[in-house]
Design a binder for this molecule. Structure first.
Ligand code: SAM
Ligand code: SF4
Length: 352
């Protein structure tokens, strides 16, 4: 198959550079070996907890090109990154994103990278599932908050449930394992949680519940959407037998087995339970801003480092200095007394 851009050729350094292969370890001894990279801030949905309906998107020139994204990801791989998750916005609406995925798959083939994956709303999966599988993508996360067509439309504003379900079918047919992510929204979809558990587990998929996080102005009050997952878990225990599992992915979810379905249920609880002590990841926005913590504003500008020079010396130095500043944790608070979200940027900018 034709790949629309070639992986960058190794540059010829003008002066001697030691190989930048030192693993990335932060001041708290956490090995950073997982990057989440947003490839676009754009999306074909407008989920109510994520975006305002009339979002302003970034000018295209501000985005990293696909070549720059490849260089950036490859620099992290050379420093010990074992897992790359592409996200957004909706990663599969970025033009020629499959060219990037195809090129990054060389790191899977070489064994340097263990996993290349993505988080998607599923709208384009029917089109791309087979090619994703062919590129070595083995597991993906699909975000889906309701199985009710009208409810799905009202949460996503623009989404089409049957298109997403066709995408899930296509991915499963291609042999890709799926984890469903569901954001729990008070009075909106919380009553659907048992139905979602039975549907997902019936299809051999894990389900992970997510607490709504205070990121970016969305024109609605987050406190009105927020359901603490310890409450959800307590309610589910009246209905199911939940057994704690030691199972961990490289993400922050804590898992239980639902004995009645035999499936796994995860809880991502940034608000009620701080998961920072085991954090092994950093995030890069589609403009090349490296955030060392989802819930803090400190960041490093990798785009300037990428554009300043064709070799990766400055890029590596910038990454090293940034990891040395990775904070111990976040301090999200959802509180009526706060007029602003705890973090001003939207999840679609940082990448979920
Ligand atoms: N468009 C893709 C998708 O929806 O899967 C990838 C990007 S999306 C920002 C990644 C994840 O973040 C989704 O599972 C979404 O539900 C979640 N998300 C977005 N805004 C959130 C918020 N304010 N609080 C909690 N989760 C959020
Ligand atoms: Fe788009 Fe994902 Fe945000 Fe929904 S959660 S608006 S699908 S980026």
């Amino acid at each position: 198959m034709t790949v629309a851009f070639a992986p960058p050729a190794a540059s010829t350094p003008t002066s001697f550079q030691p190989p930048a292969t030192a693993p990335l370890v932060d001041p708290f001894g956490r090995h950073v070996n997982y990057i989440r990279v947003s490839v676009t801030d754009r999306c074909d949905f407008r989920c109510v907890y994520c975006m305002a309906e009339d979002m302003d998107f970034l000018p295209k020139r501000d985005l990293l090109t696909l070549e720059e994204l490849d260089r950036l990801c490859s620099a992290f791989v050379a420093r010990g990154t074992r897992k790359i998750r592409l996200t957004g916005g909706e990663p599969l609406v970025r033009r020629n994103v499959m060219g990037l995925i195809r090129n990054l798959s060389r790191h899977l083939e070489s064994g340097a990278l263990q996993e290349l994956t993505l988080t998607t709303n599923g709208s384009q999966l029917a089109k791309y599932a087979a090619e994703l599988a062919d590129c070595g993508v083995r597991r993906i996360n699909v975000s889906m908050d309701s199985l009710d067509t009208d409810k799905f439309r009202s949460i996503t504003r623009w989404g089409n449930l049957s298109q997403v379900l066709r995408g899930i079918d296509a991915a499963q047919n291609a042999g890709i394992a799926i984890k469903i992510n569901m954001v729990a929204l008070k009075g909106v979809n919380d009553h659907e949680i048992p139905g979602m558990i039975e549907w997902a587990h019936g299809r051999g998929m894990d389900l992970t519940m997510i607490e709504v996080m205070p990121m970016g102005q969305i024109g609605e009050e987050r406190i009105d959407q927020y359901v603490p997952l310890n409450q959800v878990r307590a309610d589910l225990m009246g209905r199911y037998t939940l057994t704690d599992l030691a199972y961990k992915t490289s993400g922050p979810a804590r898992y239980v087995k639902v004995e009645e379905t035999g499936g796994r249920l995860g809880f991502i609880t940034p608000m009620t339970h701080n998961f920072c002590e085991s954090c092994n990841r950093v995030r890069v926005t589609c403009t090349g801003t490296l955030y060392m913590c989802l819930g803090q504003d400190d960041a490093a500008d990798l785009r300037s480092a990428l554009r300043a020079s064709n070799d990766d010396h400055l890029l590596n130095d910038t990454i090293t200095a940034a990891i040395a500043r990775k904070p111990k944790g976040h301090d999200f608070i959802i509180d009526r007394t706060l007029a602003r979200p705890a973090v001003g940027r939207h999840m679609s900018v940082t990448g979920g």
